[in-house]
Every structure is written in structure tokens, then in C-alpha cells.
Design a protein around this ligand. Structure first.
Ligand code: FES
Length: 177
């Protein structure tokens, strides 16, 4: 079945478009809306967003592939964005990331088999003073250690999903981004 925005999403897109004289400026918020609606930004969703705001598909594609917050494949209920850039690396970011990978049985860029988590390695989360840092949903987890990361996973499981998510059978087949 062809992908389509709900009527409510269409209303929100019209509102977003009216806020910006340049339709390209609406690209980021409309992509967020699309990700909430569909769970991830597929090729079809790229076209849908481009047509909805009246910009070239290539522009939307460029935005989606530039920002790691947009997912191009089905994700778990919770995305774990783990920073390994310099400040975090120096303070144990890789140890945190590897502990999470070991616990969940999947690597960065992959989904856990139970469909709960997707691990994303991040460049910087703007929390360098409190490294190592991770974001899940809208929540920061700071000054992590491998042990604190394990506790964070338990907390995150109790949080609502980040956005619309796919059935577990679809998630398990998701490939690395
Ligand atoms: S280097 Fe990790 S938050 Fe900036």
C-alpha cells in the first residue's frame, strides 16, 4: 500500500509550511513529523516529504543522509545515540558503547533482536563537559560508565517509544545504516 500522511499530519504540514517563506526551511520539522508517522524515513517517505513542501527530492535526500537523527531503516522502540567523539572517547565512550553492544547482542547501526533498541554511534551530542554522553528519545544520559549504561537501558525500556515503530519481525531484519 502506498505511503501517505494522515489527515492530521497533512494539517500540521500545512501549518509548518505557512511559518516559513522558504519551503526548504520546513524540511527538518516535516521530516520529524514523517519519522513520527512512519517510524523511519524510507525512500518513499523522502518523496512524500519533498512533494508535501514543494522542494526537490534530492534536497530532502541530502538532509536525511546528513543528520543522524533521521533513520533510513526500521528502528527499535528506543534509539540509543552513543557519542564516541573526542571528549567522550577520552572518558570511556567506547567502553560504554561496547558494553551496550555486548548486552544487547547487536552492533552500532543495528537493532536488538527483541525490537527494543537501535544503537547509533554519534559524533557529538553537545554534552562534552559531561562525557561520555548518550541520548535516548529526548533524554540525556551523562557521565556514563558501562555499569550506569546498563541501568540506563532498564530505565529507557520503561519510557514510551521514541516514535512510531515497526513490528518486531520487521525490526529484526533491519540492516546497518
Ligand atoms: S564529544 Fe561526546 S558529547 Fe561532545
Amino acid at each position: 500500500m502506498a505511503l501517505t500522511f494522515t489527515d492530521e499530519a497533512k494539517r500540521k504540514i500545512a501549518t509548518l509550511r505557512s511559518r516559513y517563506p522558504d519551503p526548504q526551511a520546513a524540511c527538518l520539522p516535516v521530516l520529524h513529523l514523517a519519522q513520527d508517522e512512519f517510524g523511519y524515513i524510507s525512500d518513499e517517505a523522502v518523496g512524500l516529504v519533498a512533494d508535501a513542501i514543494g522542494v526537490p527530492h534530492s534536497h530532502v535526500w541530502g538532509v536525511v543522509t546528513f543528520y543522524t537523527m533521521y533513520h533510513q531503516h526500521p528502528t527499535g522502540k528506543h534509539t540509543l545515540m552513543v557519542c564516541t567523539n573526542v571528549s567522550c572517547m577520552l572518558r570511556g565512550g567506547y567502553e560504554v558503547l561496547e558494553a551496550i553492544e555486548k548486552k544487547l547482542g547487536c552492533k552500532r547501526g543495528e537493532n536488538s533482536a527483541d525490537g527494543e533498541f537501535t544503537i547509533v554511534e554519534e559524533e557529538c551530542l553537545a554534552a562534552c563537559a559531561d562525557a561520555p554522553a548518550m541520548i535516548s528519545g529526548e533524554r540525556y544520559f551523562l557521565r556514563l560508565t558501562p555499569e550506569l549504561a546498563m541501568r540506563a537501558l532498564e530505565d529507557i525500556k520503561k519510557m514510551p517509544p521514541d516514535h512510531g515503530h515497526q513490528p518486531p519481525s520487521t525490526i529484526a531484519k533491519a540492516r546497518k545504516s
